[in-house]
Design a binder for this molecule. Sequence first.
Ligand code: 9MR
Length: 455
Amino acid sequence: MTERCQGDTRPRTGPRARTAIVLAAAALLAATSAAFLPGTASAGTTLGASAAEKGRYFGTAVAASRLSDGNYTTILNREFNSVTPENEMKIDATEPQQGRFSYGAAEQIVNHARSRGMSVRGHTLAWHSQQPPWMESMSGSALRSAMLNHVTQVATHFRGQVVAWDVVNEAFEDGTSGARRNSNLQRTGNDWIEAAFRAARAADPNAKLCYNDYNTDNWTHAKTQAVYNMVRDFKSRGVPIDCVGFQSHFNNDSPYVSNYRTTLSSFAALGVDVQVTELDIQGASAATYRSVVEDCLAVARCNGITVWGIRDSDSWRASQTPLLFNSSGQKKAAYDAVLAALNNGTTPTDPPTTPPTTPPTTPPGGSCTATLQDSTRWGDRFNSQVTVSGASNWTVVVAVTPPQKVSNTWNGTPTWDSSGNVMTMRSNGSGNVFGFTTMANGTWTRPVVRSCTVS
Ligand code: 9MR
């Protein structure tokens, strides 16, 4: 893997019901009420669980080469519920020779994540940097075709396994011009970005498609405005874009600014999700980390934060000690600030009314009881919380109603049946309360606890 960042002009510092009664009760409640508990302060003890209680994910960049490091994977598996391959899905890694695709390292990360219930962000399909030599030397219509084929092949290979793709990365100039970056891809024609998004949509129709960039945090900067104008144009013309990633590599030359929340909310108002995709902060100021988390929680469509590495020693800017864990893997003050911000954060929408609960189920032969309670609701999704009593080594089966999909879970290890609608959640030592987020997809029926058994 090349460590070179070609063309990078930045400063180098950056839930059966067993009885008919249960089913009938659940159906009645679902038909008559969409009542939900308020978004209360949570008491998650890990970044991923706390973010999930707020309907968000908390992720990290992962390097495949570090998955054999026990200290690294202990923290990864405990704290995070989303991963982004740091380099393994880039063009030079996935298509080192034209038409010969190589997915091993990326699959290692994807399998590690998905087998543990973590979601995956795909990074990145089209970029001026980290191109393999064969692509660097191409131009014109041949490059355009090669780029579109790359997008199609990689997005097709990982179809259904990646929740969001950084389709295009870093396509705008720094500075005050507001211009597109002068790259070989840009020189194939100004429509190369939308062409990439259309190819990605065709290849992986259910993934969220993001534009991702850095130095787009300050609302007043020309680059931020240029990206905003592109996204507004894409939305107005039906170009398939779903999200914007803000890398948010904060350092002394490119510091966090207080209008960051304005930036996030302004983009979200265009009708896209916003995500903090590569967060690191020179010196790891606890106050700044807290501000970033609070800004994201204040914007309903800010649906996740990814830090660009786990321990300082894992960072591309290790000397700036910009991450949440020190090089020994111990939590830093910034970690405590982030966890506190996630736990104290308010949820932005839809105040609840009465908190209905499904009756407890006690299956034959089982000696545990699982009670499902509705929790926070957003415009497109809702959280449910399941409390288990009677055993610590429990297995609970929960069903959602198609086309609903579970998008996030916490405090348990989930597996799904082939339909993807029945989730078997097993205890993972995080206690007797687990939760999950359901994407409504237009259906607001409450998930049903089918069984609770002792394993
Ligand atoms: O962290 C990545 C580092 O290991 C690579 O050497 C570098 C080369 O391009 O890319 C780093 O990740 C970058 C990400 O893909 C895009 N945004 C900037 C990140 C830091 O350079």
